[in-house]
Design a protein around this ligand. Structure first.
Ligand code: SF4
Ligand code: SF4
Length: 294
């Protein structure tokens, strides 16, 4: 059997997506205090992540003052994929506009083509697909499953809500599958997005057919710098996306799924609740247990 790209570069699928660079850790235990699910334990004086308990929310990475809590890098994996001769498409999460704002927004497609991606597309396409499908099948649940950290939290800590999760994949997975259907199964798809949890979501056995690797925006920025690709020298160009995506580009914002579905909602409705952040999600799930609305 052919070695996978991960095997070629000496990484294993089960390697933790979020881990500790022990040499950088100053044992301040800030990460222990901020982890929303208490997945970091002090062992031998060091703050270690217990992977079985971790929901990959990335809070410890953000809070660690020493950059000791780290998201596993996938840049070498993606470079190996591009070097393998396979055609590679990239799916860019809509939140890219917050990272590459203003004039940079229109240069990103060209910069990604310069890195070697042959098809440059927006994950907003997947957001549109899953929103339409979710609205068709609301009897199957009422908790949106677009965020893998929320899915991890429910699976690990609040299984009483499992039946309330809308049984539809995330925009990333839907888009990966749509791209492979459109371009051909021989194409690889790399997702670029904001968070660690997407790396773990892509590795789940049921998603292996959709996404071949995941980069964070930080990894993309570092890679562009390594290659000395300056966005100001990239031409303006468009993504190769299908359909009108204006509303779907708002999907990552609070209430964005409703906007994507063409539903105007100001957040005051009693039967629709938007929350973001681990603490608020946890609080909501504590409150809603037993009353069945979301
Ligand atoms: S916050 Fe960072 S430096 Fe402090 S204990 Fe955690 S990993 Fe170590
Ligand atoms: S990623 Fe989130 S859940 Fe995992 S150890 Fe860090 S703070 Fe805790």
């Amino acid at each position: 059997m052919q070695p996978t790209v991960l095997e070629q570069i000496g990484k294993r699928k089960e390697d933790n997506v979020v881990y500790t660079v022990t040499a950088n850790c100053q044992d301040c235990y800030r990460c222990v205090r901020f982890c929303p699910v208490k997945a970091i334990k002090v062992s031998g004086g060091q703050a270690c992540i217990e992977d079985d308990l971790c929901i990959k929310c990335g809070t410890c990475v953000r809070e660690c003052p020493q950059n000791a809590k780290t998201i596993r890098s996938s840049t070498e994996e993606v470079k190996a994929l591009l070097a393998s001769g396979r055609k590679v498409a990239v799916s860019v999460a809509p939140s890219f506009a917050a990272v590459f704002d203003g004039w940079r927004t229109t240069r990103i497609p060209s910069a990604l083509r310069r890195l070697g991606f042959e098809y440059v597309s927006e994950t907003a396409e997947g957001a549109k697909l899953i929103t339409e499908e979710s609205f068709r099948s609301t009897t199957g649940g009422n908790i949106c499953t677009a965020c893998p950290a929320v899915v991890n939290y429910i699976e690990k800590y609040r299984p009483e809500h499992l039946d309330s999760m809308i049984p539809i994949v995330s925009p990333m997975v839907a888009h990966g599958r749509a791209l492979k259907k459109r371009l051909g199964a021989e194409w690889a798809v790399v997702f670029v997005g904001p968070c660690a949890a997407k790396k773990q979501e892509a590795l789940r056995p049921e998603h292996q057919d959709a996404i071949d690797a995941v980069l964070t925006f930080t990894e993309l920025l570092d890679w562009l710098e390594q290659e000395t690709i300056d966005l100001s020298t990239c031409t303006e160009s468009d993504f190769e996306s299908y359909g009108v995506l204006d509303e779907a580009r708002l999907f990552p914002l609070q209430g964005g799924m409703l906007k994507t579905g063409g539903i105007s909602c100001d957040g005051t409705e009693a039967d629709v609740i938007h929350v973001s952040g681990a603490e608020d999600v946890m609080e909501l799930l504590r409150c809603r247990h037993g009353n069945g609305s979301s």
